[in-house]
Each structure stands twice: as C-alpha cells, then as structure tokens.
Write a protein that binds this ligand. Sequence first.
Ligand code: AMP
Length: 195
Amino acid sequence: MINIVLFGPPGAGKGTQAEHLKEKYGLVHISTGDLFRYNIKNETELGKLAKSYMDKGALVPDEVTIKMLNAKVEDHLDSKGFIFDGFPRTQSQARSLNQLMISKNSQINSMVALEVEDGVIVERLLERGKTSGRKDDASEEVIRNRIKVYYNETEILKEFYKKEDKYFGVNGVGSISEITQRISKLIDSLYKSSI
Ligand code: AMP
C-alpha cells in the first residue's frame, strides 16, 4: 500500500487534487470533511453533532472523527492505498492514524503539503462559497476562524512528519493541472516502482 496525507490549509486545493490523484494512481480518497457533509445531508446523529462544530469553523472532536475515519479505512483494506484529505488535523489524529496503519502492516508513506498564502486562500474560499453551498465558505468570519484553527492546531503536524522524513512541500498556486503535475512528479519520483 502507498498511503499519502494530502495536507494544507483550508482552500489549498486538497479535495480537487485528491480527485485527480485517485484516478491517476488508483488510490482510495478519504475526505473527513466530505464524510461529515454526507452525514449532515442524511441527517444522521453523527451529522447533527458535526454540524454544530463545522458551522463555526471549529474542529469536530477527535474521538468522533477518528472513529469515522477508522471505519472508512476498514472498508477499503483491499485497495492499493489511500489519499487522506483533511485528516489528520491534530496530533492525536496523527498518532492514531500511525497506529491504525501499523495495525494493518502498513504506514503513512508521505505528507504532501500544498503551500498557499492566506490572502489567496480567503479569496478562493469566498469564491467557492458562491457555488459550493457550504455554509462554512459563505462567511468571511468562519473562513478566518478555519484558517486560525489550521495554524493553531493543524500546521504543527508538518513537524510530526518532518521528524519521520516524510514531509514534502509543493507549490499550491497555479492552474489545477499544473499543480496535479507537480504532485504527480513528486509521487512518481518517490514510488515509481511500487505504484
Ligand atoms: P474540510 O472539508 O476538510 O474543509 O472540512 C470541513 C470541516 O469539517 C472542518 O472545518 C471541520 O469542522 C470538519 N472536519 C473535517 N475534517 C476534520 C478532522 N480531521 N478533524 C476535525 N474536524 C474535521
């Protein structure tokens, strides 16, 4: 298995890139944000709980998020590997993901981080909010809170993966296809023989 954490602040383009990469490499894309939105749409208990946090731009508690993620991984153990998008977002989630992978005789191979400045991100998210129907993209206050949460709780994970020599930064500014090419070049150079 090749397992990649696609990382970056909200609006960095993780979801868009993950969709292209999953096709190209035959990996399973798991987005915790998409899973929560699916649960909200279907009015499940998990959805109701997640909504109260998401609408404010806050993180859903680790315990709930980890349980949901683990169940999704269990569903796809026969796959070539995973692209994790929006997970992990806290140190506790990162530790839990490592444990999960070890328990499957696998590992996280790399963190690929999309690098985009804050100004660009706010613009992108406000633009996306016009059509995405996402409540958390519609207000600048919520967007700024999501960016704040990213810097306070999530960005530190770069250090977590740097310590394991698994961190790779990629310029996240440009056209969608340019960025896909940059990431693909990196993935090809790292895993050419095994993917
Ligand atoms: P995203 O689609 O990745 O931008 O996530 C949208 C929202 O879902 C976030 O602002 C959080 O409220 C929630 N969420 C997604 N992934 C996680 C996670 N790994 N941990 C906690 N909350 C999450």
